[in-house]
Design a protein around this ligand. Sequence first.
Ligand code: NAD
Length: 309
Amino acid sequence: MNKKVTVIGAGNVGATTAQRLSEKALCDVVLIDIIEGMPQGKALDLTEAAPIEKHDSKLTGSNKYEPSEGSDIIIITAGIPRKPGMSRDDLISTNAGIVKRATEQAVKFSPDSILIIVSNPLDAMCHVAYDVSGFPKERVIGMAGVLDSARFRAFIAMELDVSVENTHAFVLGGHGDTMVPLPRYSTVAGIPITELMPQDRIDSLVERTANGGAEIVKLLKTGSAFYAPASAAVEMTESILKDKKKILPCAAYLSGEYGIHDLFIGVPVKLGAKGVEEIIEITLTGDENAALMKSAAAVEELKAIIKRL
Ligand SMILES: NC(=O)c1ccc[n+]([C@@H]2O[C@H](COP(=O)([O-])OP(=O)(O)OC[C@H]3O[C@@H](n4cnc5c(N)ncnc54)[C@H](O)[C@@H]3O)[C@@H](O)[C@H]2O)c1
């Protein structure tokens, strides 16, 4: 029997995620949205592409949660994206309500699933899903660091004119203006980028990475990035479904790691069949640690807003 993944929110990120999951033949996909007919239409359209794309993944669209029953993974992309000039944090009250309702419904039908949260503001939405689901911390994971580090990797490859496949990058912290790209741990064929480009170029790539989402929002004018976010959610999903145990930067619930308690924030984790199987603690310099603490304080503020809603 195929693995089953439900994607909640069949908008730009959700539909692209469904497309990539099915075209990689990773699982059957259930696409859920509140707009009548829309998830059904997108699922049917993707189904009709299957003979050409050569896969047998089953795609189902629905406005109800019954078809999601027994999902291995639930990916939550429901919510509004930001508009030019908005920060991710401006979305908090609208998206908290949406993520709460989506989580409640989803976990009723898939009590043993793993939740991957995509909706923004990401770290705060992880808290909503964690609180509402009552799931253990290993089974609630936020997608941000894989996207942010892919952006950093793309910029490094562009700068040095090398294959993206040779690049590795690490981005820690919250998914917002305070994210912490780590040049020391970012490499090209194993060589730290600090050996390959001057500090001012690194600083400019780091800044472009931190503003990577806003750069695309400004260009698109309506909506936010979705191709790379979908790829990132799919990489996490694949690592879990195939128990690959990839080390990926994800928003995970920390209980003491990095000196942080009771908070979802981006750190390197081992993703396998059980979800977050390990949180990797790397040694940070004083400056890096200060940047992570600043980022954690920003997420704490959002968490406090969620508690008051
Ligand atoms: N974590 C990240 O790195 C990252 C990256 C990109 C986008 N995002 C976030 O993902 C979310 C979705 O972005 P998008 O570009 O796909 O937006 P979109 O507007 O294209 O799609 C969102 C969909 O959610 C649906 N929806 C709203 N309420 C719902 C509910 N209660 N149940 C089910 N579906 C519901 C809408 O009808 C819509 O189709 C946004 O919050 C965005 O900020 C996060």
